[in-house]
Design a binder for this molecule. Structure first.
Ligand code: DAH
Length: 337
């Protein structure tokens, strides 16, 4: 009898261990502990036992077995409930980590980077930053820079004129500035020497985009007006800038050239470590007429000016083949700088 009880108990426990879900536990409860269960069935056999002690022992064994089965059922139910909950939590969970992680940050465009580095560098050399409008008058852009009406140099600037006539102005006398040089005039008119400024900005020309030209590009203008300023100050400034911007293995040279707003004028080139030269911009001693247009007496003051393309410099510094790449907004290109 005791062996049968033991066997029935073990069979029930094995069955319980194999139950797959809470519902199966409910149906198994009736089957394993109810009146028709194997263990309950064994109770009926108790009457057949002869000794009171045997009956008592067998009865206790059956009750103990039933209690064990009930405990096993409860445990299994709890186990399955916990697993079901864990499963649900896993399936319904919200991944909030993307809100917690720092968003990927972009960075300044390579032209902006060059622009800001140039500002820092010239501030370091003692210059201040000046600005002027992108929509300019013909007077500031040309006339005051010693390019009166009919001056052949005007033709070199493929100018975009505006129909807009400013108050008191002529139609066609307003334009998109073709260079940052008009900021020289505005700066001189706004203050008194000594003047040490650079003016970075956007300029416009009626050009078709190609590998080395864009209709909208960026220049940085420099203007120094003080007493006893000479061409040597200009050359020294250009050389200091070249080394600071490109590296100490670069040098610069001035090459005689002509600009209406400077006399004498030069173009300046920089030499790469491999010995090759590239042209960077124009410069010269500010023409007396330009000083006069800015309200400055050329007998008392002298100055130098320079201007060059920021985009071209960024292109050179980073070895970009085609200027158009820089304005294509292609993230794969931009990410590299
Ligand atoms: N404004 C000229 C250009 O756009 C560049 C330039 C040449 C600026 C000589 C200067 C200068 O200040 O002195 O081509």
């Amino acid at each position: 009898m005791i062996n049968e009880i033991e066997a029935a108990r073990n069979a029930a426990l094995a069955e319980i261990a194999a139950l797959g879900d809470v519902e199966a536990v409910s149906t198994a409860t009736a089957r394993l502990t109810g009146k028709k269960s194997a263990l309950s069935g064994l109770k009926k056999g108790l009457g057949a036992l002869e000794s009171i002690d045997d009956k008592k022992a067998a009865g206790q064994a059956i009750n103990a077995a039933l209690a064990a089965v009930n405990t096993a059922l409860d445990d299994r139910r709890a186990e399955l409930n916990a697993a079901a909950l864990a499963d649900r939590v896993e399936h319904e969970r919200l991944d909030l980590t993307e809100f917690v992680a720092a968003p990927t940050r972009g960075h300044a465009h390579l032209v902006t980077q060059a622009w800001e580095r140039l500002e820092d560098l010239f501030i370091g050399l003692g210059f201040q930053i000046a600005e002027g409008p992108e929509v300019e008058t013909d007077w500031h852009n040309f006339e005051a820079l010693n390019m009166g009406e009919g001056h052949p140099a005007r033709g070199e600037f493929d100018t975009l004129f505006l129909d807009y006539a400013p108050p008191g102005g002529q139609p066609g006398s307003t334009l998109l500035r073709t260079h940052t040089s008009p900021v020289q005039i505005r700066t001189m008119l706004a203050g008194k020497p000594p003047i040490y400024i650079v003016a970075p900005g956007r300029v416009f020309r009626r050009d078709t985009a190609d590998a080395t030209h864009m209709p909208v590009f960026h220049q940085i203008e420099g203007l120094v007006v003080d007493r006893h300023i000479t061409m040597a100050d200009l050359a020294g400034t250009i050389e200091a800038f070249t080394k600071a911007f490109f590296g100490s293995e670069f040098t610069s040279r001035l090459r005689p050239y002509h600009f209406p707003f400077t006399e004498p004028s030069a173009e300046f080139d920089i030499q790469r470590p491999d010995g090759s030269w590239i042209e960077l911009g124009g410069c010269g001693m500010v023409h007396p007429d330009v000083l006069r247009a800015g309200g400055i007496d050329p007998e008392e003051w002298s100055g130098f000016a320079f201007g060059f393309g920021i985009d071209r410099m960024a292109k050179e510094r980073h070895g970009v083949d085609d200027l158009r790449e820089m304005f294509s907004n292609d993230i794969r290109f931009l990410e590299q700088f």
